[in-house]
Design a protein around this ligand. Sequence first.
Ligand code: ADP
Length: 196
Amino acid sequence: MTGVAVIFFGPPGSGKGTQASRLSKEMNIPQISTGDLLRYHVSQGTELGKVAKPIMESGALVPDELVTQMLRERLAQPDAVLGALFDGYPRTVAQAESLDKILAETDKHVGVVLHVDVPDAVITERMLKRAQIEGRADDTPDAIANRLKVYREKTAPVARRYEASGVLATIDGDRPIEVVAADIKKVVEERTAAVA
Ligand code: ADP
């Protein structure tokens, strides 16, 4: 039996983390969020955390090799044997290429890539609101603008790769959480055999 990878793809503030967390419980496979893993390294003051901290605060991307090594280690944990939901990875074409290799090595395939689509104006509004509640270091207006720019320039092109291989599904993320979740569940059921 091979494992399945479900990739959440979308701009910061699209709600992909919220949706990945729900689907993770439903499918009983772990959510692997590179943003959360990196924030953990920062909070623990590890070598990786020390490198990542100023980069994350500016809204730029942590170097591919560092993130990929971290992801490779996470995916080697026993809970990910049957599959994983990726949230925030891959974020560059190079990361997508690395992920293909890692999945092949661990006998997994990409079941579906869920592109959670939300208009820019809605995203900026959501993120500024979240900044007031959570106080994340990278939710300042400058860092938000930079993260959106990085998304457009470096991450959005990754979608074409998955579109070409027929695994991309676009979900309208500008609707209530429950409605988006129901839509995602339906698409995942259609495209993978992993949800009963
Ligand atoms: P958001 O999706 O709201 O930007 P994340 O928690 O996914 O939030 O990521 C926060 C920050 O962590 C990013 O701006 C970036 O600096 C870093 N990061 C997360 N995932 C990656 C990745 N795959 N490659 C490089 N940097 C990453």
